[in-house]
Ligand binder design. Sequence first.
Ligand code: 7QY
Ligand code: ZN
Length: 261
Amino acid sequence: SGNNWGYGKENGPSLWHKQYPTAKGSRQSPIDIVPHQLSHDPSLGPIVPNYDQCTSLNISNNGHSVAVEFDDSDDRSVIRGGPLDNPYRLKQFHFHWGGKGCHGSEHTVAGNSYASELHLVHWNAVKYKTYEEAATAPNGLAVLGIFLQTGDDHRWLHTITDALYMVKFKGSVTDFKGFNPKCLLPSSLHYWTYLGSLTTPPLHESVIWIILKEPISVSERQLSKFRMLLSTGEEEDQRIHMENNFRPPQPLKGRRVRSSV
Ligand SMILES: COc1ccc(C[C@H]2SC(=O)NC2=O)c(OC)c1
Ligand SMILES: [Zn+2]
């Protein structure tokens, strides 16, 4: 069937092109970011996330990652500025991570990967009526990528990791209200930006990527809780732990990566 893609040997990223030919497109993500080859663009202003009226609804396990969904019926939680010509509404955030001791970010920096990567997914509700429509349109989405490196405990990540046992199985969802993702941002909002795609099927080339240069620190203990999640459902006999759910870097194909200040 159409949606049996995954990150394993039999259904992983190198095979996705069979079902999703866009996998070999001209603006695929993630990419390797090579800082000293970048053009610093003085016209790029700061990005302005505004998540204060946080409208988180639930946390769920979709078999590929764990995601916190937001009420995107109005402009309470948006990101503005930077490369964006409209405010983009926050829809969900989710993570990508590795196996024990392995790295699991999607984007890499000068060939180096981080332990994990957080994606805050936003859509252009000015130009498009629905998230689904925006996700198929060029630049309909803006994804804010934040690298996670292992170090000290993250002061606020426990709010998320403490809820993971409730969504252990694929297809599970539980209430998760009032979470303000501002607490997951690093102190500096300096960023790199380029035009790319979803990093999982259907791999639509609809994303303006904004990758923050400064990683946040989380502890190995906090990260290990993500690996307790299962990519299999409660009813399945086989229990497969969710880990290494990242797509490797894709060809740049002549794209420019711009740097904020
Ligand atoms: C509307 O269809 C989709 C399908 C998949 C994703 C998730 C992908 S995209 C990303 O940045 N990371 C991921 O794992 C999505 O997110 C916007 C939207
Ligand atoms: Zn992602």
